[in-house]
Design a protein around this ligand. Structure first.
Ligand SMILES: O=C([O-])CC(=O)C(=O)O
Ligand SMILES: [Mg+2]
Length: 192
């Protein structure tokens, strides 16, 4: 199965019975249209500072799923955090919440989806938490579940119920080219 490229639609056709579909209206913000990885889960109120710690870790093979249900709906991710995700090889970011720096994130070599955009952030209230499981708009998701996202939406599968070649991350979503990543980082930090 090496090199096989699967969209969420392909996965639904093959594995519908063992997949879950969070009812999340996501919009694409990043420069890469699709991503897949094992879920790392963060629950936020408004304060996003924990994301700087989480994204500083290696994200190879991992999809960061952030739930931010603060009624004020502040941006919890922007270009700086996306740059950190690129640097540390995260596969994709899925934000049940808002994002900012849209104009820069659009060019980032990273798969980034969020519910909406806001210009402001809030540094107030309880700190965020890394969780082993959370409820994503009614769909339970556990850390380590396989998350796949593209322009058709998001699907979640439990690795034990999927073929090993798939849950080992071989969905063969197009890898970001190293050259493109370096160019983007130079532009981002004004070195160009
Ligand atoms: O700084 C923040 O907390 C959010 C943001 O704008 C960024 O990641 O660039
Ligand atoms: Mg910013």
């Amino acid at each position: 199965m090496n090199g096989r490229r699967l969209s969420t639609a392909d996965l639904c056709d093959e594995f519908f019975d063992v997949l879950r579909f969070p009812d999340l209206a996501l919009r694409r913000f990043g420069g890469v249209p699709a991503g897949a990885g094992r879920a790392a889960l963060v629950d936020l109120d408004a304060d996003n500072r924990i994301l700087f710690e989480v994204l500083a870790q290696s994200g190879r093979g991992k999809a960061l799923v952030v739930r931010s249900r603060s009624p004020a709906c502040p941006a919890v991710v922007g270009a700086t955090l996306v740059a950190l995700a690129v640097k540390n090889d995260w596969e994709c970011l899925v934000i049940d919440g808002a994002l900012r720096d849209v104009a820069q994130v659009r060019h980032a070599p990273m798969c980034v989806y969020a519910r909406e955009q806001r210009p402001f952030r809030l540094r107030a209230g309880p700190a965020g938490r890394v969780l082993d499981q959370l409820d994503l708009v009614g769909t339970p998701i556990r850390s380590g579940d396989l998350v796949t996202v593209d322009e058709d939406g998001i699907i979640v599968g439990r690795p034990s119920r999927l073929p090993p070649w798939l849950s080992n991350g071989e969905t063969a979503i197009e890898r970001r080219s190293p050259r493109r990543r370096i160019c983007w980082r130079l532009r981002m930090f004004g070195v160009e």
